[in-house]
Design a binder for this molecule. Sequence first.
Ligand SMILES: O=P(O)(O)O[C@@H]1C[C@H](O)[C@@H](CO)O1
Length: 300
Amino acid sequence: MEGNRMGHKKEAEVKYSYEDCQATADWLLSQTAVRPLVGIVCGSGLGGLADALKDQVAFNYRDIPNFPQSTVHGHAGRLVFGTLKGRPCVCMQGRFHLYEGYPIQKITMPMRIFKLLGVETVILTNAAGGLNQDYKVGDIMIIKDHLNMPGFAGNNPLAGPNEERFGVRFPCMSDAYDRELQQLALDVGSELGFSDFLREGVYCVLGGPSFETIAECRMLHKLGADAVGMSTVHEVIVARHCGMRVFALSLITNKAVMDYDSEEKANHEEVLQTGKQRAEQLERLVSTIITRLEHNNNFA
Ligand SMILES: O=P(O)(O)O[C@@H]1C[C@H](O)[C@@H](CO)O1
């Protein structure tokens, strides 16, 4: 296997330099004729999105030189290339999280690989707990902004020497989530009859893996978060740093517990179960958005 020939560096030796990312991207480009313009990241239990791709060429993460491995149930660990109504895409069936013990630069490295593959628009999905009291389990939230809690504590994927070939030292984040794509999603959602369960809101990332306490949920809600999760934000920061457009969705898989009288307990099985129930609509929403990107000439 080519991946083995290049060799997988031991975890401690893996570097994330421009050259390392370029070597991984070059290897992938040598293995497939697909030249993706859209990169998709699937959240917990939402890997079925990749199934919408035609003419698939798929790689297990373990066979891709310098690529991290998925360790979480509900994250298959495959990079799938293919087309969606003619639009070339690459899809991460499984992402990496801080709580897996990886350095933050490693969990976000695939965004730089996307960039070097030629991706222009990144679409991310995640499973999240609903903090907004109007939200119901099964709602799909278009992310309009984020709260980066690990970032407040200095854990930002761009910390360390800046690689100018990817982007500037101090990237702006007030425009992190593309507003045209948010509007497009609302329009597509309305056409598909999804408006009843489509929301717009603020996503807050925590390190995990423990779910939040009641006091934490109350605090995050007061701070302006509508949903809480353990991913996405780090990927968004790295994707924006290197100039890709970003669109992101949270599937509200459970209601965050905000009340001491509640008997509810957050758990991963419920997260995966809700993912299954909404998978089809989520896939239709994302795939229709991608096909409209072409019509709207959003790649210009
Ligand atoms: O990858 P995502 O953010 O969808 O995964 C969420 C957060 C945890 O990894 C897991 C908790 O159930 O789902």
